[in-house]
Design a protein around this ligand. Structure first.
Ligand code: NAG
Ligand code: NAG
Ligand code: NAG
Length: 231
C-alpha cells in the first residue's frame, strides 16, 4: 500500500512536469521551417494543452484565441512535406493529415464547411489482441506526400495527433493539431474526397476515439475519419 502510494505520487509528479506538444513547423524541401511561420500559431503554443471537445471550433485549427494567420509555403504536387512536432508524439496516439482548398486567398480563410479530405494517416499496430503498439510514440515528425493529382491552388493542411492513452471515458481523447498554409503548384485534376467538416467529422464516440487500449487489449483498431484520398 505504502509503495503503491509512493508510485502514484511519483507518477503525478512526472505527468505534471511533462509538457505535451504542438506542431509549429512545416517541413518543406526537407527543411524544418521557422516555428509558426507557415503554421497558424495555435492557442496552446505556450500551454501545449490538447483540444478535448470534438464539437468546438478549435477542433479545426485551434486558433480561436490567437486568430493567427501564417505565411504560405509553395510546394509541388507529388512532393513530400511534413509537420515537425516540438517533442516526440510520446502519447499512445494516432495521426491523421487533412487538407482543404481555400476558395481564394488561404490567409483570409477559416476552413469552415464540408471541405476537408484526408491525405495521410498513421495507425496503431494490432495483432488480434495480444499487443497494441503506436509507431508515432518515438517520432517527432509527420511526413507525407501531397497527392500528385491534387488541383493546384492554396490549401490549409491540418495535422492531427489523437492521443488515446486516457480515452476510455468520453472526452478523454486528446487532440493535438495545427493548420499550415500551402500553395500547391503543378497539380492535376483529381477530385479529393470523401469530404468532412471540422467540427462535424467526429462525435467523440467513434471506436478509435472512445477506447480502452489496456484491458482487454484491442484486437483491431478503427482509424477515425474518412478513408485517405491518395490522388
Ligand atoms: C492574402 O491575404 C493576406 C492577409 O490579408 C495578405 O497579406 C496577402 O497579401 C494576400 N495575398 C494575396 C495574393 O492577395
Ligand atoms: C502560388 O504559386 C503560383 C505558381 O508559382 C504563383 O503564381 C502564386 O503567386 C503563388 N501564390 C501564393 C499565395 O504563394
Ligand atoms: C458533440 O456532438 C455530438 C453529436 O453530433 C454529441 O453526440 C456529443 O455528445 C457532443 N459532445 C460534446 C462534448 O458536446
Amino acid at each position: 500500500m505504502k509503495s503503491f502510494a509512493r508510485v502514484a505520487t511519483l507518477l503525478a509528479a512526472v505527468s505534471s512536469t511533462l509538457a505535451h506538444y504542438t506542431f509549429p513547423s512545416l517541413i518543406v524541401g526537407g527543411t524544418t521551417t521557422t516555428a509558426w511561420e507557415y503554421v497558424r500559431e495555435t492557442n496552446n503554443y505556450n500551454s501545449q494543452a490538447p483540444v478535448t471537445n470534438v464539437n468546438s471550433t478549435d477542433i479545426r485549427c485551434y486558433t480561436s484565441a490567437t486568430n493567427a494567420v501564417a505565411s504560405t509555403a509553395t510546394v509541388a504536387a507529388g512532393s513530400s512535406i511534413g509537420f515537425a512536432c516540438d517533442n516526440t508524439m510520446y502519447h499512445a496516439s494516432v495521426v491523421n493529415v487533412y487538407m482543404a482548398k481555400a476558395p481564394g486567398n488561404v490567409s483570409t480563410w477559416d476552413g469552415s464547411g464540408t471541405v476537408w479530405f484526408k491525405v495521410y494517416q498513421i495507425t496503431p499496430v494490432t495483432n488480434g489482441g495480444t499487443s497494441i503498439t503506436f509507431p508515432t510514440e518515438t517520432e517527432s515528425t509527420v511526413v507525407f506526400t501531397v497527392p500528385k493529382n491534387l488541383p493546384s491552388g492554396q490549401y490549409l493542411v491540418r495535422v492531427e495527433n489523437i492521443a488515446i492513452h486516457a480515452a476510455s471515458t468520453y472526452g478523454g481523447a486528446q487532440f493535438y493539431l495545427a493548420c499550415g498554409q500551402i500553395n500547391v503548384t503543378g497539380g492535376g485534376s483529381g477530385t479529393p474526397g470523401p469530404l468532412v467538416a471540422f467540427p462535424g467529422a467526429y462525435t467523440g464516440y467513434e471506436p478509435g476515439i472512445l477506447i480502452n487500449i489496456y484491458s482487454p487489449i484491442p484486437a483491431t483498431y478503427t482509424q477515425p475519419g474518412p478513408a485517405v484520398w491518395t490522388g
